[in-house]
Design a protein around this ligand. Structure first.
Ligand SMILES: [Fe+2]
Ligand SMILES: [Fe+2]
Length: 203
């Protein structure tokens, strides 16, 4: 990223996140004691994922001066915060991961490192990770349908999934042909996300 020469305006390229599907959505009231343990693990993993997402954009904001990237990070962060608030409403502290400090730090690094390398790197990481998160939520929605088909929870997961798809498309639009290094970093970020979810299901 070049902090000296101003970034040319990208006319017609949307940098604001689209309105969130979660607007107006109330968190479902779940009887957590009645949920299968598998479902609790899944909710914990997604609560971690949304925590990492909010912190990722904080990491980006702290590591760039690129105005377009800052706008991108701020608008996506707002949507991720909505997701996080929903999962916080569903999952009390006692049911959350015991490694919250670690997850927040991981998110900061996951945003801060690519932001230091340049906007291309952030867009590639966000496009890759959000596309993977789409699949993660799709799997979770299947699991909920099979194990605990609560309509409110399904609506919430589907709304989050819809937003993540938009995030992936936003990022891919901003950088349709990322350099090799950015693609490699995105693959690494997806691999780490996969590991992170596996860990968050356990602790
Ligand atoms: Fe999210
Ligand atoms: Fe997202």
């Amino acid at each position: 990223m070049d902090a000296v020469s101003p970034t040319p305006p990208t006319e017609g390229v949307p940098t604001e996140a689209p309105p969130s599907e979660t607007i107006g959505l109330a968190p479902p009231r779940l009887d957590l004691d009645a949920l299968p343990p598998r479902m609790l693990r899944e909710l914990r993993a997604s609560h971690v994922g949304e925590t990492v997402a909010v912190n990722l954009y904080d990491g980006v904001a702290g590591a760039t001066t690129d105005p377009e990237l800052l706008r991108f990070a701020a608008s996506h962060r707002l949507v991720e915060l909505r997701h996080l608030r929903l999962f916080e409403a569903v999952l009390p502290h006692a049911r959350r991961s015991r490694l919250m400090g670690f997850w927040r730090l991981s998110g900061r690094l996951m945003g801060g490192l690519p932001a230091r390398l340049g906007p291309d790197y952030v867009y590639a990481v966000v496009a890759g990770v959000e596309s993977w998160v789409d699949g993660h939520y799709a799997g979770q929605i299947d699991t909920v349908r099979r194990l605990a088909p609560d309509p409110g929870l399904l609506r919430m997961l589907e709304a989050c999934r819809h937003d993540e798809i938009q995030h992936s498309l936003d990022a891919a639009r901003l950088d349709p042909a990322p350099p090799w290094g950015a693609r490699a970093l995105a693959r690494l970020a997806v691999g780490l996300s996969r590991l992170g979810v596996a860990l968050a299901r356990r602790v």
